[in-house]
Design a protein around this ligand. Sequence first.
Ligand code: SF4
Length: 369
Amino acid sequence: MVAGIAQRGNLPAQPLISYFLKVSVFAEKLIAWQQVHGRHDLPWQHTRDPYAVWVSEIMLQQTQVSAVIGYYNRFMTRFPTIASLAEASQDEVMQHWSGLGYYSRARNLHHAAQTIMREHDGQFPQDFDQIQALKGIGRSTAAAISVFAFQQQQTIMDGNVKRVLARLHAIDGWPGLPLIEKQLWTLAESLLPDKDLPAYIQGLMDFGATFCKRSKPRCSDCPMQDQCQAFLQQRVLQLPASKPRKAIPEKQTTMLMILDAEEILLEKRPNQGIWGGLWSLPEIAPTQVSVQQVQEKYGMQTESLEVLPVLWHTFTHFKLEITPQPLQLSGQRSSLPPTMQWLSVNDAIDAALPAPVRTLLKMLQQSRY
Ligand code: SF4
């Protein structure tokens, strides 16, 4: 490196003094922006309770603030402390997460609450490495908890922050690539101010989520215009680079809606894999004959009823085509393992179900009653 020149990753070389002046100006501008335009009244703000910060940060992963608020309030009413969450059954935790998606988050939250009770005497750890060692807490979430609950000097890195930094410094390349992500972490750490850290971190979150958005960023009103390299180079909508596209594979399944009187048979999914730990409908491959499969797998005689319309559900990595097959029990119920239960259709709708399964049950209810 040439003496007196700062060269960070593929950031443009700049005189050292001017680089740090700009860093300081960025933090000051962001804190000032946050105080006027940032979000101040979300239910998890104005608290230093690490548990409340933790729950909110986990819920906010890949989920919009507006979708989280109701879930967060209900969850915190039912599980107001780490101890109450740790003592709850997994079923009840999943029920309070049902519809929010990415269910491993709820399982990990429950697991980590039990770890805190067992290994930290019920006190949320303050040590950064110990926070990060809890199940489901990555570097960025650990940083948010450290800043908001313990006022520690850490920085976050979610999709919004990546976008803001990639634009401000015209960083090329998809931010999901390890090399680019490393550059962004280094840059984010170098930008941390010495004071007002919670306001700065909240500002980073809010600025990316509400102002420097992926489409229609508000550049014409932006206080960062004069230092935003993407704006100055007229490359705002090209940055950050998009993830290289792959065709999303499609999968098919048949969900069995086995009915007896007003009740339906549910099966609990294994903890690993999609919808882990949630109640769902028994499934068979589309090529299998449903009546025959029910006889072979569960020892029960059934008759096919009219099929319901096909439902598509999109996951991050694939699309699932669900064919719902209602069946009427025509013989005796067989004894079932603990992972299966009969529930009235009404109760089943309120159970901890994946959202598309709840949709199917409502479709069934409308078609029958
Ligand atoms: Fe984002 Fe536009 Fe502001 Fe740059 S000028 S930080 S792209 S809103």
